[in-house]
Design a protein around this ligand. Structure first.
Ligand SMILES: *Cc1c(COP(=O)(O)O)cnc(C)c1O
Length: 394
């Protein structure tokens, strides 16, 4: 889809919606309907035959959802967007669409916990195998590609250690082998990073996070080539059935309007908190990509607008010290998820990444002392005051 508005700040508000087509309604109308009436039996026949455009049933398409799909396609600079009932519905629909029994998926080392679970399930049920790669050099990626590799699946920034992968480099190697690259862009959001512009093929978002931004929706989005996503819409979306509800699409359209404003504040706050965590005597390692001491700082400068709103850090001490630290917080919320107005803090080893076997967790750098912080939109001074008093009690 071609973007009508050059600047992201304008596109998040206007792309994909014309108020004059909707009785002048400034806000995108909520079409909370399951089905659509036909004027005649013949019209119903033509719609089902694909001879006439128009809506049939909301699992196959809905006008509110369609606005969101057009908007996200424009924001990610892709031909088509597709909406799903959750981030995992998007991940599973895309991965199942790209593989068949006995194929192989090459993944970045470090994946969202449930994506890891899905890969295990695909292996057990369909012998679709996977390998992990640090994706630090072209040769390392080439050495892990097999004749049966049909998909490269990348997360960057990697949850929760905030390592980055050079997407342009991955896309170049993938092109040599004609393998599509799928990127989970949840942590960066479309405001900070656009993988399709770097040569990747499909972008996935858990819209639950920064795109919704208010902690009230579970949803997923994908953007890519029209042919490919038309196929997904007719198969692994329609028949597996993980569609987005119109009301969730409506909430996401509203959330998206403030994405750039919110992300800039998330990043400003994260930068302030990062500096202070780094200097605190009870904190061992702090992981945040927007710092020249971060090993992937050059990649960040190349492909991300800013460092994002998530910081991970290790406290000095044991697992029970890490849990004690969380229990000592006054108002910051202990919760998984990220990208909300509220600052959310969690313990990956026992929460988001508890499903990952201990050895793999260790390889991913997820220690018992690691804490993940999604810096919210509160005053950074208040966020820091709470973190500091909890650290000081250690
Ligand atoms: C949350 C998340 C998902 C899954 O999204 P849901 O909306 O919870 O299904 C996938 N990838 C990443 C990186 C996430 O943070």
């Amino acid at each position: 889809m071609k973007r009508n508005y050059k600047h992201m700040e304008t596109a998040v508000i206007h792309e994909g919606y014309q108020s004059k087509d909707m009785l002048g309604s400034l806000s995108t109308p909520l079409f909370q309907t399951s089905t659509y009436t036909f004027d005649s039996a013949e019209q119903g026949e033509r719609r089902f035959a694909g001879e006439e455009d128009g809506y049939i049933y909301s699992r196959l398409g809905n006008p509110t959802v369609a606005v969101l799909e057009e908007r996200i396609a424009a924001l990610e600079n892709g031909e088509r967007g597709l909406a799903f009932g959750s981030g995992m519905a998007a991940v599973s629909a895309i991965l199942v669409a790209l593989t068949k029994a006995n194929d192989h998926i090459l993944c970045s080392s470090g994946l969202y916990g449930c994506t890891y679970g899905l890969l295990k399930l695909m292996e057990e049920k369909y012998q679709i195998t996977h390998d992990f790669s640090g994706m630090e050099s072209k040769d390392e990626i080439r050495s892990k590609i097999k004749p049966e590799t049909t998909c490269i699946y990348v997360e960057t920034p990697i949850n929760p250690t905030m390592k980055l992968i050079d997407l342009e480099m991955v896309a170049e190697v993938a092109k040599e082998h004609a393998i599509p690259v799928v990127v989970d862009n949840t942590f960066a959001s479309p405001y900070l990073q656009n993988p399709l512009n770097l040569g990747c093929d499909v972008v996935i978002h858990s819209a639950t996070k920064y795109i919704g931004g208010h902690g009230d929706v579970i949803a997923g989005l994908a953007v890519g080539k029209k042919d490919f996503l038309d196929g997904v819409a007719k198969t692994t979306l329609k028949d597996y059935g993980g569609v987005m509800s119109p009301f969730d699409a409506w909430l996401l359209i509203r959330g998206l309007k403030t994405l750039p404003v919110r992300l800039d504040r998330h990043c400003d706050n994260a930068e302030e908190i990062y500096k202070r965590l780094k200097a605190h005597p009870k904190v061992a390692n702090v992981y945040y990509p927007n710092d020249e001491i971060h090993p992937d700082y050059a990649i960040m400068q190349k492909q991300m607008k800013r460092g994002g709103g998530v910081i991970s850090f290790e406290i000095k001490g044991t697992k029970s010290d890490a849990q004690g630290f969380l229990n000592n917080l006054m108002f910051l919320k202990i919760a998984v998820s990220l990208g909300d107005a509220e600052t959310l803090i969690e313990h990956p080893a026992t929460m988001t990444h508890a499903v990952v076997p201990e050895a793999s967790r260790h390889d991913m750098g997820i220690t018992d002392q690691l804490i993940r912080l999604s810096v919210g939109l509160e005053a950074w001074q208040d966020i820091w005051a709470d973190l500091e008093q909890a650290l000081d009690t250690l």
